[in-house]
Design a protein around this ligand. Sequence first.
Ligand code: NAD
Length: 325
Amino acid sequence: DRHTIAFIGLGAMGRPMVANLATNLVPRCTGVAIRVYDIADGPGQELQELFPHVVQKTDSIRAAVSDAVRLASLLLHKTVVFTMLPESAHVRSVYLDPHGGIISTLGQDSAKILVDCSTIDTATSLHVKSEVARIAPRSFFYDCPVSGGVLGAAQGTIAFFMGCSSSDPNLPRLHELLDCMGSKAIPCGGPSLGLAAKLSNNYLSGIITIAASEAMDMGMRAGIDPATLASVFASGTAQNRQCDVFNPVPNVCPQAPSSKGYRGGFRVELMKKDMGLAVDMARRIGAKNVLGVSGLGVYAAASAAEDCKGLDSRVVYRYLGGKES
Ligand code: NAD
């Protein structure tokens, strides 16, 4: 089988995702071309050097997408275009910019599969989808955000939350590619529901992190040893991953970011962004979101605090005044 892929956005997540695609697709396929683009030069260059026969760096969105299409039509295959961008504004520009955005490269007959893995708001995603349908009715657009962080992207263990039904005709082809980059791909029901799932997930994990920080601090101030407290939570009704694997208190989990000066992991600014998107979504659809609003306040303040900004989101433990030794 042959694949032609374009990948736009080679940051903390996109770069390792391309590396895994290149590594895992090659043994299975007779021919793979991954055409990559980022406004920064470095990551594309590095990927091309690492995978010289598979990855080709390009200098524009148009070059990544159009050349990929030319190749694909030779091979009689639909091109798949992935995007992994920071925020809604970047996704709008990369897809909708009339001068060189993805949609400007599509014609009425283009038959492409466009997969946006960025975490953005559902309204932007639905708007891009409807513009794709208007300009190129034979192409498909999916929201497909991920969970699992930079480490998961590097290890190929991320989960994809797909904005489609489980009977979508493109699912087999998508699975083939997503399985090279992650360990799970869950169809969430329909357009924008991958994002709704991702925002609900990050709302929950963000709130659990704050609650875990407060609960650890409370028990420790009462005199309980942090490791004992963590094992109490692990055996009781409070059992959760933020305590078991990513405990916000330094040195409870040696591999957790908190034990490495809150370095690595999921930046507090990204949690603030996702919590903000979740609160907006809840407001728009009439869901009560009491903890979301206070959680957003905590992550916004921690993102602005000198001793927390740029660090892993579990640094809210420090922001909330938790003891670190
Ligand atoms: P990042 O900022 O590291 O990477 C984004 C990349 O997009 C950068 O390399 C940037 O140069 C590029 N870019 C920006 N505008 C562009 C344009 N117009 N054309 C081409 N490239 C452009 O971000 P990231 O950490 O890789 O996150 C990407 C998305 O994934 C975000 O929406 C984030 O919320 C989500 N996410 C991140 C994590 C994580 O742990 N970092 C985990 C899950 C989901």
